[in-house]
Design a protein. Structure first.
Length: 578
């Protein structure tokens, strides 16, 4: 009997070894070589700028890097007291962070951490790489050393997301990874510092660093980077950045001026939302896209220059810019979306482009001082209530045009002779930036974009509960789950598309829903990431989110199939399909 057990044990061990060997072969045969990683890292590293604007940019406080907080400033000074040069100051900060904080393995394994700021790390003591690096960068910036938060991957562990920092010292960017030099750990509530911390990853050579780390090429102002940074007053975005992402400067209430270089192609959703003291800004000709709400609530914005290449003024882009008095739109603009200039009380004059085709609902609602506007014959659509509350308005345009019909229908004075002062002078700078926006990749697949939160909302489809998550206040459901609730969910590998269609004859097999009492609603669940997968409902493309290997959509995007009801007391959202 013992012999049989021994043989079985031996066979099992040999099978396990064979599986491991095969898997290792597969991994190593498909992974990049060390030299390939180094060459990629070298290209990104060598493209880093060292000009004045870049160095000043990386001294600024950011959302989560509170280098202007008194606690951070006082701590940085105490760590570096008596040290005269920047290199030794950076080394002292590296050593202090590595020795005084503990890697939180519980947080790592559970993947349940919220955005971890420098101040959060300082008070909590146990963290993951985000906290280590936010604090390291914050301390460096607090003593006027330019420092970067770098996102990348580990070259080990199947390319997991990781972060480290770089500091600009003695004319070059040096690499610092306080996380990997800290051998302290926190697991199951127990602190351990039995292994001494090292300085292996302080000013390590790029060649050696590339054996374990791989850069992600970021060249944009990231999601919410400076959000709510009250002490930020002016900033020059470094040349080479190609996008200002969603909410990048949201509610920076003391920001007065921003210099945007002509390498920027995109300005994201709500990028400067509620920057109440922003006064002047010029949009260079390289910019192809300005997302909705980009400058909404910029109350003190008085001057806006938009150079050629913008094709649309998005929804609510300048909503509530009450001190904006005049604006001249370039000839490239062909549409103005709904509420674009609504509430611009002091707007008196706007030069409309010659090729404008569409003006959305309430685009100029409550522009009470707008007295005249010229609408060319190219206009084919004017939405509802576009000029409501513009009581003294005169529209100039062509006889027989859509503009004339609109004016008559809405009792607005109309004149066919257009004054020269309302005609475009065509003096805009046309950029030679020829890359189509659709061909520009701002992210790599898998790059984190934002937070997913735990939800206390129970969603139902014809009485059957379906799990939910929350992103930016939107209730999401997993596309793949819909296959159990009467929908066909098909995957097209050639186009990388998920297609959703209602199938009333399909058998319902709902998921069992259990509320997890271990997590509070509204707290961090995970990150959603960039994906190239497209999602369609009945052949209409919709916004979707990639989370932990699955795709989620706004539950209410299914409204075309039935009726939604909401009960705020029970926190229930119900879709009833006829």
């Amino acid at each position: 009997m013992k012999v049989k057990k021994t043989r079985i044990f031996t066979i099992v061990i040999l099978l396990i070894a064979a599986i491991i060997t095969v898997n290792l072969f597969i991994i190593h045969s498909t992974a990049a070589t060390a030299e390939e990683v180094y060459q990629r890292n070298l290209k990104i590293y060598n493209n880093q700028k060292t000009d004045f604007d870049t160095l000043e940019y990386y001294k600024q406080p950011q959302n989560g890097i509170e280098s202007d907080a008194k606690e951070i400033i006082d701590l940085a000074k105490s760590i570096t007291i008596g040290i005269s040069n920047h290199y030794d100051k950076a080394k002292a900060i590296h050593d202090w962070v590595a020795n005084n904080f503990y890697y939180d393995w519980d947080m790592y394994y559970n993947n349940n951490h919220e955005h971890i700021s420098a101040l959060d790390t300082l008070y909590k003591k146990h963290t993951v790489c985000e906290g280590y690096i936010n604090l390291t960068v914050g301390l460096l910036r607090a003593i006027d050393i330019p420092a970067k938060y770098i996102s990348g991957y580990t070259a080990l562990n199947n390319n997991e997301n990781h972060a480290w920092c770089e500091a600009f010292i003695d004319g070059k960017w040096i690499i610092i990874d306080t996380t990997w030099d800290s051998n302290n750990s926190y697991e199951k509530g127990v602190y351990s510092d039995k292994i001494s911390c090292s300085d292996t990853y302080f000013d390590i050579s790029l060649k050696d660093f590339s054996a374990t780390h791989e850069y992600r090429d970021y060249s944009f102002v990231g999601l919410s980077t400076f959000r709510n940074c009250d002490n930020l007053t002016n900033i020059s975005i470094p040349y080479g950045f190609n996008a200002i992402e969603d909410f990048a400067f949201r509610e920076c209430t003391n920001l007065t001026s921003v210099n945007i270089p002509d390498s920027v192609i995109k300005i994201g959703w709500g990028a400067f939302y509620n920057c109440k003291n922003l006064k002047n800004i010029s949009i260079p000709g390289s910019v192809r896209s300005i997302r909705d709400f980009a400058f909404s609530g910029c109350e003190n914005l008085t001057n806006m220059i938009i150079l050629n290449n913008i094709t649309s003024i998005g929804e609510c882009t300048f909503q509530g810019c009450i001190n904006l008095t005049t604006i001249s739109l370039p000839s490239s603009v062909n549409s103005i979306e709904k509420y674009a200039f609504s509430g611009c009380e002091n707007l008196t004059n706007i030069i409309m482009p010659e090729n404008i085709a569409s003006i959305g609902d309430r685009a100029f609602w409550f522009c009470i001082n707008l007295t005249e506007i010229a609408l060319p014959g190219s206009v084919r659509h004017i939405g509802e209530s576009v000029f409501d509350q513009c009581e003294n308005l005169t529209i100039y345009g062509e006889s027989g045009s859509v503009a004339e019909s609109y004016a008559k229908e809405n009792n607005i004075k109309f004149i066919t002779e257009i004054p020269a002062r309302l005609l475009s002078e065509e003096n805009y700078i046309v950029s030679d930036y020829e890359t189509p926006l659709a061909d520009v990749n701002f992210y790599n697949i898998g790059d984190p974009l934002g937070d997913v939160l735990y939800s206390d909302i129970t969603a139902y489809i014809n009485g059957h509960a379906i799990p939910t998550s929350i992103v930016d206040g939107v209730t999401l459901v997993v596309v793949e789950d819909l296959a159990r609730y009467g929908f066909n969910v098909d995957w097209d590998n050639n186009t990388k598309a998920l297609k959703i269609d209602l199938n009333k004859n399909k058998r319902i097999n709902p998921l069992s829903i259990k509320k997890d009492i271990n997590y509070k609603p509204g707290t961090f669940k995970c990150k959603y990431v960039y994906t190239d997968i497209k999602t369609y409902i009945s052949d209409e493309i919709i916004e979707s989110y990639a989370i932990n290997g699955v795709t989620l959509i706004d539950f209410e995007s299914l409204a075309k199939y039935g009726k939604f009801t909401w009960n705020g007391i029970t926190r229930e959202l119900k879709l009833t399909i006829d």
